[in-house]
Design a protein around this ligand. Structure first.
Ligand code: ACO
Length: 319
């Protein structure tokens, strides 16, 4: 397969660490030092669907592909606007992709990598030729804004890619899950509540995280996943031009770079501007790198995501 075009969209409202310090007991220094995050975009007038549609339209324009040519749409999200219909079906209608099969997947911050792996599998059946994959989140609606240990970390946004089954860009892919430790990062859905088990009116649940457990999981898992795809792709780690990692936290990325023996120059970041946008972080960063001309034909690039589930995914690409 081959990526034909990338697009992204962020909400208009930018919220700085200093802005947050006006609402809660935190500081720019604490957030910046522990995470690398300085600003994040927060949805006010936007929704997961509106950001997705904007990102997908930009990706289609970059790829010079029409909605009607798309036969597969996979949206990765944990914060869609409806439980059903799915985000992917909303996107299908908005771009006029009347020939597409559309469904969502939930793999937390690994979502874009899981969508890529799933599209690759569908392409290999021979029944699909052109796909839109996207990662989109408005996690701001899933934060407990009185919990300073989580709400300062996340932002909202969407990133999308148009893929073709024809091409040899994807050299190797790995995905993995560890549900045994899943409860370290969670947000409850509705509990069973019906005529036969009435619980009465319920309030929403919000994101709960054991930050140190997530940190250890990421630092333990991501270097192994990257090493695995590089071996399968017959690429040396030194040949890789850029490692485009999920933007959870600068300290996690620094630890991964150190374990791989690589300089941080090869690990571009955008968490300073966007915070952690979960499934949207990898495609959003890719879009920015392409716009800056930092990825050229023939470059060897690694993508890696890790997050709720727990889940992880990595792939090696030759652009
Ligand atoms: N501002 C100021 N102080 C804070 C804040 C804040 N926003 N949040 C927590 N604190 C305080 C705590 O109350 C605690 O105070 P205490 O010592 O008086 O009790 C102190 O800071 C230390 O808290 P810890 O939770 O131990 O902080 P830690 O050093 O572990 O850093 C962090 C927290 C940054 C979340 C870290 O654990 C981490 O990087 N984890 C990785 C998890 C991650 O990045 N998750 C993102 C989502 S998951 C994903 O994308 C895969």
């Amino acid at each position: 397969m081959k990526i034909l075009g990338i697009g992204s969209a962020l909400p208009k409202k930018v919220v700085s660490n200093d802005d947050l310090a006006e609402y809660m007991d935190t500081s720019d220094e604490w957030i910046r030092e522990r995470t690398g995050i300085v600003n994040r975009h927060i949805a006010v007038d936007e929704t997961t669907t509106s950001l997705s549609v904007e990102a997908v339209k930009r990706a289609l324009a970059a790829a010079k592909v029409s909605g009607e040519e798309i036969d597969l749409i996979i949206a990765a999200t944990v914060s869609s606007d409806y439980i059903y219909p799915t985000l992917s079906c909303e996107v299908q209608a908005a771009i006029g992709a009347k020939n597409a099969t559309a469904f969502d997947i939930g793999a937390g911050c690994s979502g874009f990598l899981f969508a890529l792996g799933t599209a690759d599998g569908y392409f290999r059946t021979g029944r699909y030729k052109k796909a839109v994959i996207l990662g989109a989140e408005t996690l701001s609606k899933m934060m407990d804004w009185t919990d300073r240990s989580t709400c300062v970390l996340f932002g909202d946004g969407a990133g999308a890619a148009v893929l073709s089954a024809e091409g040899e860009q994807l050299k190797a892919m790995t995905q993995g899950s560890n549900g045994f430790e899943g409860m370290v990062l969670k947000c409850n859905n509705r509990p069973v509540n019906n005529l036969f088990r009435p619980l009465g009116p319920q309030t929403y649940s919000f994101t709960e995280m054991n930050g140190q457990a997530v940190y250890k999981f990421a630092v333990r898992t991501v270097p192994g996943a990257i090493t695995k795809v590089l071996e399968e792709a017959h690429m040396s780690v030194d040949e890789v031009k850029l490692f485009v990692l999920h933007q959870a936290n600068k300290r996690i990325i620094e630890a991964v770079a150190k374990r791989l023996g690589q300089s941080m120059d090869k690990f571009p970041t955008n968490m300073e501007k966007c915070g952690n946008i979960s499934a949207a972080s990898v495609p959003t960063l890719l879009d920015q790198l392409l716009e800056e001309g930092r990825i050229q034909a023939g470059d060897k690039i690694v993508l890696a995501g890790f997050g709720a589930g727990l889940t992880w995914g990595a792939c090696a690409l030759e652009w």
